[in-house]
Design a protein around this ligand. Structure first.
Ligand code: ARG
Length: 588
């Protein structure tokens, strides 16, 4: 379906053409003065320079061509040459009815679906998920859903950090705790056991203990380094332990991510890239891209257009070890081989910006990807506490994601219990759904690149631009529809009517924006724009609701029109919160 802006635009284009003006001046936007009009075109201002005529004259000529056009209730020219537009109500009703009865609310899927690789999550195996990983998961899940909605073929990969020093630390800590294990017996030559040598709760204690020990004990740290290197060179015993670490930790990560309603198609990690590294680096050297600098192998990436000179990308350290960038480059080789994506989206902390710039430039320079492949980094800011400092537990430690979720669920639970008398078990289930929405919406409603303050009171409030407010709106519509049916109303043969009241029209106008908003949210990877739309629709619905007696309306046709409109509102809101990775309960 064409969007309202396109439809109005077409009318203006033909009027500009008929008057002999270039159609590039016919651009229509949503009005920034809703008190005066709904849409506007200010092209006459720019056209006046080209045609050396007063803008008011140009605008008046164009408006004269459009008077009586059935799309407009009113179209007029105001000083100094703006065209102000008010949409015809019957036209709007018909448009919304078409939207209601079309698939995907009339959203036009992309003409040529692209294969999109989304790299998000990025948890580090065997380390507990902390709030820093929350943003990647929440934003990534939403970007993934938006990409799918517009019609792209999406592959998501959690890209675990599974190859770093933490592995050596864990193995050495395990040695200190259980030296009798066969993995540490150098004379052992049999098959290594299939049973893991630790449970998840042991593993969770092992990493922090090892990490503390390595700070206090240089000998331990050295051992961990050596062990990491041995693991990376395929030592059989350490590889066997590593597999156990990965299996145990993956089960736990899958559980944690699924509690967040976050899923991945691929559970690959840095380790999967390792086999590609030796040949890749050799190829960079052979083709003259990599050269030696202070013992390391580097590739220049700076461009004349850079305002500051960027450091070269190191692909091999002096000691022969590879780095984070090496691993990301090798991962691209594997992804090209297996999926040849048209577009890559990486979602990580914005402090990794330089890293991704280096990786992207090398990938293009050496031809790991096609000239046309889009490489995008979506860097997000820090989640702070109310004090503006990075979020911490009350005792000052790193907050674990599980605890954060528990806190927010409890806050929501208390509100639900305060407000009404539902069964405790229902209140608990509802609190989980609403709590997650509060958390996700609180994050997504901010522009990703910005830091934001995690404010549990604000996020869980049922008023304002919050997750609970949005869910409450949906629940309210559900409850009106239930009552309507209980009173004998039928939801068959729904049809949206011509709006009568201003609040009804305002709700309809807000709904028409859906397609444009999704298009922008996809292009800019900006779930916050979708949040703004969801909030505007919710607000418009609540305005309409307070203004209109829906259930006691005596005119059955009129009532049917209202029911149709709120049914569409509910579906649009549900579809859009789904794109954020949020769902609504039936009651709150
Ligand atoms: N594991 C990394 C971290 O915790 C994030 C990985 C992001 N993705 C990537 N391909 N580098 O910082």
């Amino acid at each position: 379906m064409k969007t309202i802006l396109e439809l109005i635009g077409e009318q203006l284009i033909s009027a500009f053409n008929e008057c002999g003006y270039d159609e590039k001046y016919a651009r229509v936007t949503v009005s920034n003065r809703p008190d005066l009009c709904e849409y506007q075109c200010s092209g006459a201002m720019a056209a006046s320079k080209e045609y050396k005529k007063a803008p008011f004259i140009i605008a008046s000529e164009v408006v004269a061509k459009l008077e009586g056009n059935q799309i407009f209730k009113n179209i007029e020219c105001v000083n100094p040459g703006f065209i102000n537009i008010i949409l015809d109500e019957a036209y709007l009703g018909t448009y919304l009815e078409a939207m209601r009865s079309s698939e995907a609310f009339g959203y036009k899927s992309v003409k040529k679906p692209q294969t999109v690789m989304i790299d998000f999550g990025g948890a580090n195996a065997a380390k507990p998920l902390h709030v820093g990983h929350l943003r990647s998961a929440v934003i990534g899940e939403s970007v993934k859903r938006i990409e799918k909605f517009v019609g792209n073929h999406v592959i998501s990969d959690v890209h675990l950090g599974d190859w770093g020093l933490q592995m050596g630390l864990i193995i050495e800590e395990l040695r200190d705790r259980k030296p009798e294990l066969v993995y540490f017996d150098e004379s052992f030559s049999g098959e290594y056991p299939l049973e893991p040598p630790f449970t998840i709760s042991e593993l969770e204690q092992i990493y922090p203990a090892a990490s503390t020990k390595s700070k206090e004990n240089p000998e331990f740290k050295e051992r961990a380094h050596t062990t990491t290197l041995k693991l990376q060179n395929s030592d059989p015993a350490f590889t066997a332990v590593w597999k156990h670490i990965m299996n145990v930790s993956k089960v736990d990560l899958i559980k944690n991510y699924s509690n967040l309603n976050v899923t991945f198609d691929l559970w690959k990690g840095e380790s999967d890239a390792q086999p590609y590294i030796p040949d890749m680096v050799q190829d960079f050297i052979d083709r003259g891209f990599a050269y030696e600098s202070q013992g390391a192998m580097v590739i220049d990436i700076s461009l004349d257009t850079d305002s500051n000179e960027l450091p070269p990308c190191i692909v091999r350290k002096t000691d022969g070890a590879s780095l984070y960038a090496t691993s990301d480059l090798a991962t691209i080789i594997e992804r090209e081989k297996l999926y040849s994506p048209d577009k890559y989206i990486y979602i990580a902390d914005k402090r990794q910006e330089l890293h991704f710039t280096q990786v992207f430039r090398v990938a293009k320079k050496v031809g790991l990807v096609k000239e046309t492949t889009e490489l995008t980094f979506l860097g997000f800011g820090t989640m702070n506490g109310k004090d503006g400092k990075p979020f911490k537990t009350r005792s000052g430690g790193v907050m674990r994601l599980e605890n954060l979720i528990a806190d927010i669920n409890e806050a929501v639970y208390n509100k639900i219990i305060e407000n009404r008398t539902v069964e405790d078990s229902e209140a608990k289930d509802t609190a989980k759904i609403v709590g997650l929405a509060a958390l996700k919406y609180g994050d997504l409603s901010n522009q990703a690149a910005k830091d934001y303050a995690f404010d549990i009171d604000r996020f869980t409030s049922f008023e304002g631009n919050t997750g609970p407010y949005i869910l409450y709106t949906i629940v309210r519509i559900k409850s009106i529809l239930t009552k309507y049916i209980e009173n004998g109303g039928s939801i068959k043969a729904l049809k949206i009517a011509t709006p009568e009241g201003s609040k009804e029209k305002a709700l309809m106008l807000s709904l028409t924006k859906m397609s444009d908003v999704i298009t922008v949210a996809e292009e800019e990877k900006a779930p916050h724009k979708l949040c703004q739309f969801i909030y505007d629709v919710s607000d418009a619905f609540n305005g309409f609701y307070h203004d209109t007696k829906i259930l006691v309306e005596e005119d059955a046709d009129k009532q049917k029109g209202y029911i149709s409109l709120i049914t569409l509102t509910k579906s649009v809101l549900e579809c859009c919160i789904d794109l954020l990775g949020i769902e609504a309960p039936d009651r709150m």
